[in-house]
Design a protein around this ligand. Structure first.
Ligand code: NAD
Length: 433
């Protein structure tokens, strides 16, 4: 099948590479010229485990190509996938639809023959109707259907999730469009649950799922606070809870608050849609408020750990919103750092294995950048862990302790075993124990 993907970011690129690997002829379109030029030169523009090899392989076979030209990508496509951003509106926090509307309007002129337009971007209920209207208005003769095809991949596992989806949700109001999507996902049909639903249900499923996961994270974070005061261990509590098949063990991992480019924006967008529809979504609102507060509380923990020290040095390990990605958008690390940097006095040095370039764009010269974990720890007064990178678990605690001025760890990801940190000479503070 000939597929055009509009938006070559964290969703568009892995999806494009995955579809190319399945034998489709894929054209990835992006308006960012520097991104397309890099991809054309064979340089991958984001980090995802396993993506680079598949990218090179499919560039070589000619199954995937890159362009800034909407015409070039859309004209011959049987299927156009929209994967542009839907960031939060700065004031209302609703999903900002300017990129979606622009993409729909720009593609309209180049539709030839019957084409399915599938929205993989996370979009408010009713967006399928809006896209339909925009295209028909611009090109009344166009023969097309609009399908909602929400994306559930996890950053850090994007390639794995592309090839092993838990479920594929298709919101299609026409049989003809359904058949195109069934053909696209033919390789997965025998092993994956494919749900065909109303387009508006499909649009809602994505928000309802992300909001539920955010609530689950917020819940275990509050349990962690409780365990700290009550003398319980949140991991034992989570294991006991998760053994109940009605609850399940996933997303019961306490941390500094949920973040990333999806959960904060999608919970806010869902809350906005609730308000617009006159529906109370109290759990979602509580999670949003509680999660914002949690990041402030975590920053306070860090600052408390160096209270009383003159010009303390805080070494931060981990900047990406989670391990396995270089993505810093809405990263709890960025928000915690932002709180810490409001206070004059501490000097902050940071390190992340993959996210240094992206972090630099956000933090600029407000912090110092280390070349590795040990470099960050040199003469620091506290070591703070903000992202759950596996490699941090393997750090030599004795060596770190030897480099530091005060031997303190505030581990907001419970990376180390407290007994190991204490044995290496640290005062250790984790979460929920
Ligand atoms: P991104 O910012 O990484 O990528 C979006 C790309 O779209 C950018 O490269 C941008 O230049 C391009 N773009 C914007 N308007 C364009 C236009 N008119 N023509 C061509 N290109 C255009 O965003 P992302 O993280 O890939 O997210 C995309 C969508 O997918 C969002 O709605 C998001 O909520 C959703 N989603 C994201 C994830 C995730 O983990 N990142 C998971 C599931 C769903």
């Amino acid at each position: 099948m000939k597929v055009a993907i509009i938006g070559t970011g964290y969703v568009g690129l892995p999806t494009g590479v995955g579809l190319a690997e399945l034998g489709n002829m894929v054209t990835c379109i992006d308006r960012e010229e520097s991104k397309i030029n890099a991809l054309k030169e064979g340089k991958i523009t984001l980090f995802e485990e396993g993506l680079e090899d598949l990218f090179h392989k499919n560039v070589k076979t000619g199954h995937i190509q890159f362009t800034t030209s909407m015409k070039e990508g859309v004209e011959s496509a049987d299927l156009v996938i929209i994967a542009v951003g839907t960031p939060p509106h700065p004031i209302t926090k609703e999903a900002d639809m300017k990129y979606i509307h622009a993409a729909a309007t720009e593609l309209a002129d180049y539709l030839t023959g019957y084409t399915v337009i599938a929205t993989k971007s996370t979009v408010p209920v009713g967006t399928g109707d809006d896209i339909e209207m925009l295209i028909s208005k611009k090109n009344p003769k166009a023969d097309f259907d609009v399908v909602s095809l929400p994306e559930f991949l996890r950053e850090g596992f994007a390639v794995h999730d592309f090839f092993h989806p838990d479920r594929i949700v298709v919101g299609a109001n026409s049989q003809r469009a359904k058949e195109v999507i069934m053909e696209l996902y033919k390789p997965f049909r025998s092993k994956t649950n494919m749900l065909f639903v109303k387009r508006r249900s499909s649009e809602t499923i994505k928000y309802a799922s992300n909001a539920f996961l955010a609530i689950k994270i917020h819940y275990i974070n509050e349990m962690a606070n409780f365990c700290e005061k009550a003398g319980a261990d949140v991991y034992e509590v989570a294991a006991g809870m998760g053994a109940d098949s009605r609850i399940g063990p996933k997303f019961l991992n306490p941390g500094p608050g949920y973040g990333g480019s999806c959960f904060p924006k999608d919970t806010n967008a869902m809350a906005f849609m609730g308000r617009m529809n006159g529906v109370t979504l109290s759990l979602i609102n509580a999670a949003i408020e509680g999660n914002d507060l949690r990041k402030k509380q975590m920053a306070k923990r860090v600052l408390d750990s160096v209270a009383g020290l003159k010009a303390p040095k805080i070494a931060v390990l981990g900047l990406a919103f989670k391990g396995g990605t270089d993505d810093c958008r809405e990263s709890p690390a960025m928000e915690i750092l932002n709180e810490i940097l409001q206070v004059s006095g501490p000097k902050v040095v940071v390190y992340d294995p993959k996210a240094m370039d992206n972090a630099r764009k956000i933090l600029g010269n407000k912090v110092l950048y280390a070349k590795d974990e040990y470099d960050a720890a040199k003469s620091a007064d506290v070591l703070v862990i903000l992202t759950e990178w596996l490699r941090f678990k393997k750090l030599d605690l004795k060596k770190l302790a030897g480099l530091m001025h005060h031997k303190r760890i505030v581990d907001l990801r419970n990376t180390f075993r407290p007994e190991d940190a204490v044995a290496a000479g640290f005062e250790y503070q984790g979460i929920g124990k």
